[in-house]
Design a protein around this ligand. Structure first.
Ligand SMILES: [Fe+2]
Length: 428
């Protein structure tokens, strides 16, 4: 609640500020006197567009607290997309215009003439400084618009497989070569019946012929109704040994006020049943032992455990009961903060699989370079991490929340192969 209030206040300040600055910029930059109608018309757009978004987001912010249906999330995500499609270009236009303006001023000062020099030495038709700045602004503004458009049209379903090979000396020989596929953060309500696209993801998973499929939480945004109809897709996922899942912070119905305790409890019960209906064995602070040729490994799943405001329902002590003597332990825990806070400090799980961050659905990843705004919010936000003998893998999510788009952070299917050998990663 506190975080959504902060986001709402941030949205108000940003919207009013950017429109005010842009209006002033365009007003000051005009080269010819405006016609009788142009100024009132321009002012109308600079008032009506922010007024529409402020009114709409305020209504949603008020309604979402007591919403009883997943529909409000769908309305919110498309409203947010249209807002970003307008306001990100506005921001980039302003930044492009102002930064170039200051760069030219500094350059002119060093050149000693204090004037803007024509850029093209007479080879092309000359343009004024104001026109040049406005064209730079338009060029800058088109970048976020095109990226967002691509992220909505293609990026959100451009599934990407990421392969990791991990070697552990304590992995029983019978499990050498165990192949795990991890998926996370489906947020079914956001997918909005895009069954065909997710069928493709299921096919990509089955193509791996996995031994285990692990789903690391956030099946829904908030409501069990979101799961209806998805059984026909996810029941097609095949694993040789088993399919396991855990609860994520969104799976408890904590993101709305319910008319009664009973209504919330019913929603929670039905979400848990949905994990099973979709074909997963839900590990709710519990473990399963897998046996092969007389050797055993443990798969443990905890309920959500995160730093506030995220809930701490997870009880790893309870979940790990009965696994004390097992030589190799796999842990599913939705929130990667749990790994630093508890797993590496008090427990000996060899490999933890987490999700939750979505890589903020936006970033740049190229070879060993990784950047996303997620890195400023989460200590472990994507990929593989290691402390001593313990490993953590953070999946970037298969679905999306809020913005129905992914830009530079494609929906992920993680494929991990476990081998017996000296501790470490191996090239695939
Ligand atoms: Fe999530």
């Amino acid at each position: 609640m506190r975080y959504s209030l902060e986001a709402y206040v941030g949205f108000l300040i940003f919207t009013i500020l950017i429109d005010f600055l842009l209006h002033r910029l365009i007003h000051n930059d005009r080269e010819q006197p405006l016609s009788r109608f142009a100024f009132p018309l321009g002012t109308f757009w600079f008032i009506s567009v922010p007024a529409f978004y402020i009114a709409s987001f305020s209504t949603i912010f008020a309604l979402i607290q007591t919403a009883e249906s997943a529909l409000i999330y769908v309305v919110f995500q498309w409203l947010l997309t249209s807002y970003l499609a307008i306001y990100l270009p506005k921001l980039f236009y302003y930044l492009g215009h102002r930064l170039t303006h200051h760069a030219i001023r500094i350059k002119s000062r060093f050149a000693g003439n204090g004037q803007f020099k024509k850029m093209n030495e007479g080879r092309y038709p000359t343009i004024s400084r104001k026109k040049f700045l406005s064209q730079v602004g338009i060029l800058m503004a088109s970048a976020p618009f095109i990226s967002l458009l691509f992220g909505v049209m293609k990026g959100r379903f451009a599934f990407s497989k990421r392969y990791t090979k991990l070697s552990f000396p304590n992995l029983p020989a019978a499990f050498d070569g165990l192949k795990i596929v991890q998926i996370s953060d489906l947020h079914l309500g956001s997918l909005n019946a895009n069954y065909k696209e997710m069928e493709e993801a299921v096919q990509l998973i089955n193509d791996e012929d996995p031994d285990l499929i692990c789903f690391t939480g956030d099946l829904v945004n908030n409501f069990y109704e979101e799961t209806i109809g998805w059984e026909k897709i996810f029941s097609k996922m095949k694993a040789n040994v088993g399919k396991y899942s855990i609860m994520g912070n969104h799976d408890y119905g904590d993101y709305s006020k319910w008319p009664s305790k009973q209504a919330k409890a019913d929603n929670l019960r039905k979400i848990k049943e949905a994990h099973e209906r979709l074909g997963f064995t839900l590990l709710n602070n519990s473990s399963e032992l897998l046996e092969c040729e007389g050797e055993k490994i443990a798969v443990t799943g905890v309920e959500n455990w995160g730093h506030p405001p995220f809930p701490q329902y997870g009880d790893l002590q309870k979940a790990s009961k009965g696994t004390e003597e097992i030589p190799f332990k796999l842990l599913l825990s939705h929130d990667p903060d749990h790994w630093d806070a508890e797993v590496t400090k008090k427990f000996d799980h060899d490999l933890t699989l987490a999700g939750h961050t979505h890589g903020m659905q936006f970033g740049i990843e190229f070879k060993n370079f990784q950047w996303s705004p997620a890195k400023y919010k989460f200590r472990r936000w994507a990929g593989l991490y290691n402390i001593d003998k313990q490993y953590l893998y953070v999946n970037r999510g298969l679905g999306y929340l809020g913005m129905p788009a992914r830009v530079g952070m494609p929906p992920e299917i993680t494929v991990i192969e476990l081998t017996r050998g000296p501790l470490g990663t191996e090239p695939m």
